[in-house]
Design a protein around this ligand. Structure first.
Ligand code: AMP
Length: 380
């Protein structure tokens, strides 16, 4: 197994090489992680060379690459999503404000690593967003409900759904502060009822795959509103940090399913999952999602993994004194438990073993799930 570019985490189980060398490997199977190469058409170019690859074509990747394309697609196909308008500049946005009122959601069109979205609760926040976000913009109705990430492996026709997960996008506890790429996630089959899963497949996933011939991982970021699930966004790859708790629960060998997806043979394939919920807590660099310093030595990864926890690496690199920070989101500390509460405890027990200068993390990952058990539900 090779990873390009990889990091010191994956280097424990595979060989890392520079990204530009990946096409020359002629691997039996390639799985694409990030969105940028998908949007640039890596799947088209690998397929043209007869190489098996898991991911969407450049055309299908526009579902993530352009929010305006995705919204128009959803409306045309009658797939549930928030009402919206496209505005070309700040003046047009101000004129459209009456249609929405506050809070209103503003989104930049292109890829923004989860940070091109502002929820403006008042005029001042709205004006500030018009300065920071690059036009053209989407203005969207603000939806209320619980967010769920729903990911399905697709082969252009058939789909294998993965269990539901819930991300925590805001940087601080209680969903406060600016949005990030994700500060933690948990995976628990109880997030959705069977009926909700059916609705998501019938109303959202299948129509999208049918219309686009989607191959690879289709990730629907959903709001479970009182009127049912609505699409907030599509991603065209496995999500981070949802993938960490998903992998921790996966009981099957993933490779045959990935091979089947690359060859259009997913029909009848199933993935098995451990019943226990899992939780991933992201450890971030001081200052993230704003400016942060890299190169901070990291201690305690081995101690954290002495229990059943897995420490997934994100922004790490090998420095003169060992592993050090190299990005905003540094590590995803992930554990399972008999109950969601014990999975949360296990993840935070492992987190407490790890130290680097400026490290910060949310203390409430998974709490929304606990509240669900205490009587609150994720809409209908
Ligand atoms: P997106 O990148 O489009 O998923 O937006 C990032 C985050 O902004 C989402 O995960 C939600 O928390 C929030 N968000 C986006 N669109 C809406 C909306 N229409 N109503 C409420 N919250 C939203």
């Amino acid at each position: 197994m090779y990873a390009a570019p990889g990091n010191p985490g994956i280097a424990r189980i595979g060989t890392c090489l520079p990204v530009d060398q990946a096409p020359n490997l002629e691997a039996d199977l390639t799985v694409v992680g990030p969105e940028a190469p998908l949007v640039d058409g890596i799947v088209d170019s690998f397929r043209a060379r007869g190489l098996a690859i898991v991911g969407p074509t450049r055309d299908a990747a526009r579902l993530e690459g352009s929010k305006i394309f995705a919204k128009n697609f959803l409306i045309q196909r009658n797939i549930p999503t928030a009402a919206f308008l496209t505005v070309e500049d700040a003046d047009a946005a101000r004129k459209a404000l009456d249609r929405f009122g506050f809070p209103v959601v503003l989104k930049a069109d292109g890829l923004a690593a989860g940070k091109g979205v502002v929820i403006a609760h008042d005029r001042a926040a709205f004006e500030a967003a018009l300065v920071t976000l690059k036009a053209p913009l989407l203005m969207e109705e603000f939806l209320r409900g619980e967010e769920v990430s729903f990911i399905a492996l697709c082969d252009g026709r058939d789909v294998v759904p993965l269990p539901p997960t819930q991300d925590h996008k805001a940087v601080f506890d209680g969903d406060t502060g600016p949005n990030t790429g994700g500060m933690g996630a948990y995976c628990d089959s109880a997030i959705l009822t069977e009926a909700q899963t059916r609705t998501i497949l019938d109303r959202i996933i299948h129509p999208t795959v049918e219309a686009t011939g989607f191959t690879g991982f289709l990730y629907a970021g959903l709001m479970m509103t009182a009127e049912g699930p609505q699409v907030l966004e599509f991603n065209v790859r496995l999500g981070d940090p949802e993938t960490q708790p998903l992998m921790h629960r996966m009981a099957s060998d993933f490779v045959p399913a990935l091979q089947a997806a690359a060859h259009g043979e997913l029909r009848g394939v199933r993935l098995d999952w451990r019943p226990e919920p899992s939780v991933c807590v992201v450890l971030a660099s001081g200052g993230y999602p704003g400016a942060f310093a890299a190169g901070k030595p990291i201690r305690g990864i081995e101690a954290a993994e002495a229990s059943d926890a897995t420490v997934f690496h994100a922004g790490t690199r090998m420095g003169p004194q060992g592993i050090e920070t190299s990005g905003g989101r540094v590590l995803g500390v992930t554990a399972r438990g008999q109950t969601l509460a014990s999975a949360i405890d296990g993840a935070y027990r492992a987190v407490r073993e790890i130290h680097f200068d400026g490290m910060h993390y949310r203390r409430d990952i998974g709490r929304k799930g606990l509240e669900r058990y205490n009587g609150k539900t994720a809409g209908t």
